[in-house]
Design a binder for this molecule. Structure first.
Ligand SMILES: [Fe+2]
Length: 507
């Protein structure tokens, strides 16, 4: 795998633009501050295409990103700005592949989404942007392979900015990976917890510019930028990209439904503006279809689900969790999932969703308690999903999730009450990058009460899955101390799933 030379990754900035051959049609803007200060990213890797992303931060909007309470109010920049993009086979850009111009417009916060087509499958590419006197850092990306005998990807979630540093991303950027999957809570709308290491500096967002500023703050982190620059990403949101524990069109902390829907629209637009996702998504933000399906040869099919936008309202008590009309995915996504799984020929079928799919009784002793924001509040919907997994007869279903701020490994049962039943799928939940973890005692209770839960940990970090013809191996990677910058990371537990035999095996 070609590595990014640290020097050229850092070679962006204002002076670096001199090494570019100017294109006559590019608008010759002269920036006083680096417009590429949010970094670069790539995503949505297909066999012949990939999406390149950046967002220009202009002098006037830079003030809004600052945590300085006396900074002047941001003045909107109303001019469109042309951005040149370039893709090459090599890091020095001596073997250019494609280039072009993208007009970044203020309506989308001067974000850039370029879908580069006509690429070769399973290949590393390098990319960069330029505008006026400024050049971006160099990023590296990879198209989906048409055939593969090995594939490695990381999955991550829950990166509350105030609660820790992104050492996990610094570690991830140095790994040998083909892809990163983000499972939600990329930003947080408000402060949580104590012992904060840094501050949002602004309040809870409800306006579009406020959500933009929150993303800009998170994306100003150099370790997060390094992980984006090193690999293509796939991303799905959870609740905190909008507001805590929202369900479809309602949220416990935003009782006015019309106001909440306007806020959700703003939050969805800001998510689009900051993610390396298809420019085609920008058609509208009242609804945003982010569930999707990706193939990586015949080795891996990855299905990304959206468990927030279409779900039934959260219950106050578990009595109604078995109502058949309750839905987590909504009827259209559910129908799409059944069809998608039915058509998959892949050896490994990863279903990427936001939280723990497996049942989890959280109360010690004979009484039961459940997290009603998770699948335990949507039992009939879970049963339908597991029916779809079984009836499609997909090979090696593996569920991945986040949300719980804890690592879990689980045997997925058709009936979780049946201890003797063979697992029908295997599940791995990654710990949070930084967000506060539950207590060790609560994890011990979960393991004791739920025999299908095979492992739990309150460490912070991320997971890596390595797929081959014979097995899926998963590393849980923890950082020593999220409150320290550049905290060391190490693999603290590994697992294997054998081809043809669902279930967690500790290594
Ligand atoms: Fe979270």
């Amino acid at each position: 795998m070609p590595r990014i030379d640290r020097r050229s990754f850092l070679a962006g900035g204002l002076a670096a633009a001199a090494i570019w051959r100017p294109l006559g049609s590019a608008r010759a803007a002269s920036f006083k501050t680096d417009p590429f200060s949010l970094g670069i990213a790539s995503g949505s890797p297909r066999a012949d295409s990939v999406v390149l992303w950046t967002r220009l931060i202009l002098e006037e909007t830079a003030a809004a990103v600052s945590a300085d309470p006396f900074a002047p109010a941001p003045q909107p920049v109303t001019d469109p700005i042309d951005v040149e993009w370039m893709v090459a086979e090599d890091e020095a850009f001596s073997k250019p592949v494609q280039s072009g111009l993208f007009r970044a417009v203020p309506e989308f916060a001067h974000s850039v989404h370029v879908e580069v087509k006509g690429l070769q499958p399973g290949r590393w590419y390098f990319y960069r942007f330029r505008s006026g006197n400024a050049a971006s850092p160099v990023g590296r990306t990879r198209t989906a392979p048409e055939s593969a005998d090995a594939f490695r990807f990381a999955f991550a979630s829950c990166q509350q900015y105030e609660q820790g540093y992104y050492s996990a991303y610094g570690d991830m950027a140095g790994k040998d990976l083909d892809l990163v999957v983000h499972l939600g809570d990329y930003i947080y709308e408000r402060s949580y917890g104590a012992q904060l290491v840094r501050k949002h500096g602004t309040g809870v967002p409800s306006m579009l510019y406020e959500y933009r500023d929150r993303y800009a703050l998170y994306k100003s982190d150099p370790q997060l930028q390094a992980a984006h620059a090193a690999f293509p990403w796939l991303a799905v949101w959870d609740d905190h990209e909008v507001i805590n524990n929202y369900s479809n069109d309602r949220a416990p902390d935003a009782p006015d439904q019309a106001a909440f829907l306007a806020r959700r629209r703003a939050a969805y637009q800001a998510w689009f503006e900051h993610m390396p996702v298809s420019p085609g998504l920008a058609a509208g933000f009242d609804a945003l279809r982010i569930y999707d399906h990706y193939r990586f040869g015949n080795l891996l099919a990855l299905t990304l689900l959206d468990t927030r936008q279409y779900r039934s309202p959260q219950l106050r008590g578990s009595a109604a969790a078995d109502q058949p009309e309750r839905t987590m995915l909504g009827p259209a996504q559910e129908e799409w999932l059944g069809r998608t799984l039915g058509g998959s020929r892949a050896k490994w079928n990863i279903i990427a969703q936001q939280t723990l799919l497996s049942e989890r009784d959280t109360r010690a002793g004979p009484e039961t308690g459940h997290n009603l924001d998770g699948w335990d509040g949507y039992r009939t919907a879970r049963a339908r999903l597991l029916d779809a997994v079984q009836s499609s007869a997909i090979r090696n279903p593996v569920i991945i999730g986040g949300d719980l701020h804890a690592f879990y490994a689980a045997d997925v049962k058709r009936d979780f009450a049946d201890e003797k039943a063979a697992p029908i799928a295997t599940e791995f939940v990654g710990g949070s990058i930084t967000s506060d973890a539950p207590s060790e005692a609560s994890l011990a209770t979960a393991l004791a009460e739920n025999p299908h839960l095979k492992f739990a940990s309150d460490k912070h970090g991320y997971a890596v899955m390595r797929l081959s013809d014979r097995s899926a191996e998963v590393d849980f990677i923890g950082i020593a101390d999220r409150k320290q910058q550049n905290s060391p990371a190490n693999v603290f537990q590994s697992f294997a799933v054998a081809d043809g035999a669902a279930g967690v095996n500790r290594l």
